[in-house]
Write a new protein. Structure first.
Length: 228
């Protein structure tokens, strides 16, 4: 009788499991959309400072990225041709500057930039997860990590209700600072890229931001202004 009771419990438990299948994983690939015709336009500010030679250069321009078409790469995977165009301002014609590649392989967002492959995002993204963004190139291993995700942000009057922040580098002392991060929005992709490479900064006054004490360095800000 006892065995019959146990057997009945097993059957009931199995039935319950069948009625409650596991919830499918949301990989959130939409942070790195691959869709023909997808277009993003950015405002770019590129600053180079070297006080020793009295160099203070600021270059402003617009950058357009277009996912043009897909193709099969040398490894047999689907890749997307990302065409990049530049112009000094909206009154000028777009001129193609280079072509990159985007693809998702084994739950990883890959970007091939100037023939260098980077792992931009690991799917599904998790806060504080760490990976080597240079795992598929010959550059020094660099730990990427996710600091924020699924957050609201407003940029240049554009509203994004779900963004992901990927920190690619951060080192800072009183006299130098190296910081790189990218932000991605669902169904849009990259919306912001910041690169701060301050090789040397004046130590005085120490209470103001290092970006205002630069002796030698490079600052790059790429911010979205429109998308389709």
């Amino acid at each position: 009788m006892r065995l019959q009771y146990v057997f009945i419990l097993i059957i009931l438990f199995s039935a319950c499991k069948k009625e409650n299948p596991s919830i499918p994983i949301n990989y959130k690939y939409s942070y790195f959309p691959l869709k023909q015709g997808l277009q993003r336009i950015y405002k770019v500010v590129d600053i180079t400072i070297d006080t020793a030679i009295n160099k203070y250069d600021t270059i402003n321009y617009e950058l357009k990225e277009v996912l043009d078409s897909s193709f099969i790469d040398n490894s047999g995977n689907i890749a997307w041709r990302l065409e990049r165009y530049k112009r000094t301002d909206s009154a000028q014609q777009w001129v193609i500057s280079d072509v990159w590649e985007n693809q998702i392989i084994n739950n990883q967002a890959h970007s091939v930039e100037e023939n260098i492959r980077y792992i931009k995002i690991i799917f599904p993204p998790k806060k504080d997860e760490i990976w080597n963004g240079n795992a598929f190139n010959t550059l020094e291993a660099t730990n990427y990590s996710i600091s924020n995700m699924d957050e609201y942000i407003s940029i240049n009057a554009l509203i994004f209700d779900s963004i992901l922040t990927v920190n690619q580098k951060y080192e800072e002392t009183l006299i130098y600072k190296y910081q790189t991060f990218e932000q991605y929005a669902t169904n849009v992709g990259l919306i912001n890229k910041t690169v701060i490479a301050i090789d040397y900064a004046y130590t005085y006054p120490p209470n103001i931001p290092i970006e205002q004490r630069i002796s030698r360095g490079h600052l790059y800000y790429q911010t979205i202004i429109s998308h389709n």
